[in-house]
Design a protein around this ligand. Sequence first.
Ligand code: SF4
Length: 357
Amino acid sequence: MPAIPTMLTTPTMPTTPANLANRQPVPSSMHAQITAWFELPLLDLLLQAQLTHRQHFAANTVQISTLLSIKTGNCPEDCGYCSQSGHYRKETGLQAEKRLAVDKVIAAAKQAKASGSSRFCMGAAWKHPSDKDMPYVAELVNAVKALGLETCMTLGSLTPHQATQLAEAGLDYYNHNLDTSRRYYDQVVTTRSYDERLQTIAHVRASGIKVCSGSIVGMGERRDDRIDWIYELTQMATPPESIPVNLLVPIKGTPLGDKALNDGALSVLEWIRTIAVTRLACPSSHVRLSAGRESLSDSEQALAFMAGANSFFYGDKLLTTGNASQSNDNRLMQELGLVASIAPTAPSGCGTASRDN
Ligand code: SF4
């Protein structure tokens, strides 16, 4: 039987918010601070993350979005985790589809609103939208906003002009994930660079659209990569308002899915730890549970909310991967005493206390 860890020193004071803060190592930089948070005992980290969360958001309140794929499959990018990449279509067998008709998107948005979502996110498997796609996506933004929903899109890279067009159409959020650290990025995707990713985020920010940008953990990266990804967020002039922390859903036939299936999945507690550190580093951002949630137990999801997550996706599907069922989500929210917020209210901010310049 493994030995139960015991205290080697005399008992410490009870852990209260005040003496918890006193136990923090003095950070020499934001990067050191993020590293120190990762190294905290898990329960100290969770407590600190939840206390920080409550300073910036209403307790027990979560923002709910619904995600719809408006153009599925045969993407020219080679993201190693994604079934929609054209590079792995023989292995995954995913059937590509044309753009979804506007009336179908509107019907899905109405259903999302009736279910309690406040934001409707639309994703297209493109490297970037073409000029002929822009009237289509602008029409979708208009139609979904007319239903009283916030809109979010993820369409790949954008030029400054395209970002402006989306802003003029009224788009509220644009999703563009950094996925991981700069160091590990070429193990994840080779058809675009980290700097191109940051450039599109900058165009989105300059256009006035709010930024949603997150990561996927469990792709074979090290903790250092998770630290560096969070650090990258804290160094943005205005950090993302929304930060999804995905847990890899390993898809057979994709390079990173096969790697995870061979090597074993990342510990769920390390994913929860990543959520908690994201909450501490970006106290005013919405931290979102996204892919990977369907495989988690109620208790694991409860811990993720304790760690400061305050947003998730409703619906049985996330683009092409499964999601927790809506009826199960409703039951879990009731059991945990969580209520849905209508729309985000807090201003965004990551690491505002000690941004490294
Ligand atoms: S994650 Fe997006 S950009 Fe990458 S292959 Fe999939 S659909 Fe294309």
